[in-house]
Design a protein around this ligand. Structure first.
Ligand SMILES: [Ca+2]
Length: 181
């Protein structure tokens, strides 16, 4: 009887540790779009003054490219972040966005020296929602520059999330962290 109980406890403890190790293996960094280290116009940081609007976003602030400010191919514009990834892994990028219409629903992303890719081009307009990059990115642990590039005007971004957990789906406003200096 005792032997059986002991064996059950050992198996249970081992399973718990294995599960913890599995959970620890995933790295997730969620940060505020407005916490950019460097901003180039026409990308700008906006503090939403209207309470109803501010309540829809994390910390009441976003980055945006106003409608009419110009496409990136003509006027440039970017927001740059420094992210610290604690583990090697295949990473998935998410962004909490607001689009004006089909001509203002995408941006470019560059991480370290990896090729730039496009995020967006979905059909959810004038409503905050999470979008996922169509590509996954293999990255070693370390510090990377992540750059959002202007592609189309009429866009807003509230939060950005990078994770090695392919099952993670962000919902509404996520808990964000401060980026390294
Ligand atoms: Ca925000």
């Amino acid at each position: 009887m005792n032997y059986k109980i002991n064996r059950l406890m050992i198996c249970g403890t081992a399973a718990f540790f294995l599960m913890s190790m599995y959970a620890m293996a995933d790295t997730t960094v969620c940060f505020e779009a407005e916490d950019a280290k460097e901003i180039k116009v026409p990308v700008k940081i906006t503090e939403l003054k209207d309470k109803a609007e501010a309540d829809q976003v994390s910390q009441g602030k976003i980055i945006e490219i106003e409608q009419g400010a110009g496409e990136g191919s003509k006027v440039g514009g970017s927001a740059k972040y420094k992210i610290n990834l604690k583990e090697d892994g295949v990473y998935y990028l998410w962004a909490r966005c607001w689009w004006i219409d089909s001509c203002g629903n995408s941006f470019g992303v560059k991480i370290g020296d990896k090729p730039e890719f496009i995020m967006g081009n979905d059909g959810t307009y004038k409503s905050w929602h999470w979008i996922k990059a169509k590509v996954s990115i293999k990255l070693d642990k370390g510090v990377y520059d992540l750059v959002i590039d202007n592609r189309e005007d009429g866009i807003k971004i509230d939060q950005i999330l990078i994770t090695s957990d392919r099952k993670l789906i962000p919902v509404e406003i996520e808990k964000s962290e401060k980026l390294p200096e």
